[in-house]
Design a protein around this ligand. Sequence first.
Ligand code: ATP
Ligand code: MG
Length: 233
Amino acid sequence: MLDVTDLHAYYGKSHILQGVNLNIKEGEIVALLGRNGVGRSTTCKAVMGEVPPKGSVKFKGQEIAGLKAFEVANLGIGYVPENRDIFPGLTTRQNLILGLKPGQKDGAGRWSMQNMFDMFSNLKERADVEASVLSGGEQQMLTMCRTLMGDPDLIMIDEPTEGLSPQMTQKVAELLQEIAKRGISTLLVEQKLAIALDIAHRVYVMGHGQVVFEGTPQELRERDDVRKEWLEV
Ligand SMILES: Nc1ncnc2c1ncn2[C@@H]1O[C@H](COP(=O)(O)OP(=O)(O)OP(=O)(O)O)[C@@H](O)[C@H]1O
Ligand SMILES: [Mg+2]
């Protein structure tokens, strides 16, 4: 589904991504782990075309490095950035509708507004109030649901559980599993190792702008050295 090869990215003169290699298969949840500042978010932005990528990014076999973010989105990659970028002055329902692609009708894709309301009663109860009054966790849900409304084949989600209560974190984990069940691939950037190990099929650990470990959750559990050197603070 996604094949990233020798990906480099720069902010000005800072060489942030220094040859990232990773791939995600259909329906796979892949976690991207690493300490603060190693380039996890930059990896998502480079795939999305929000930061100019150098190297190869192939999506369903097509080279997408060099495309604009909206073009990448239209090809079927959804992106939920770290900051919950809802439209605060619009209602929950209006926010969800904005997730549809141009010309796409609600319910035409794998997800409908009703689906979202069935899964998340909080959103249903607040369907017609301004999104600005939602809690942080509800806004996080809304951002994820809005992205899914566009029916992506791959979704990249950057730290979805940050600052959430254990109960909301559980809800996010359930949504991630539901996404995989529907055959959608996920790149999950996550700080909480326990969640990542619980729900990911495969794990990449980043350090200094490169992938320093690749394996299954079980393999990472067995690698104290990798966790000590690259993950624990
Ligand atoms: N817009 C920017 N301009 C300049 N430098 C940036 C910019 N965004 C990020 N950086 C730098 O690039 C490096 C990688 O940032 P990135 O956001 O990818 O980290 P991360 O792994 O997502 O970590 P975290 O989310 O915990 O900050 C950091 O050193 C950061 O300071
Ligand atoms: Mg980040």
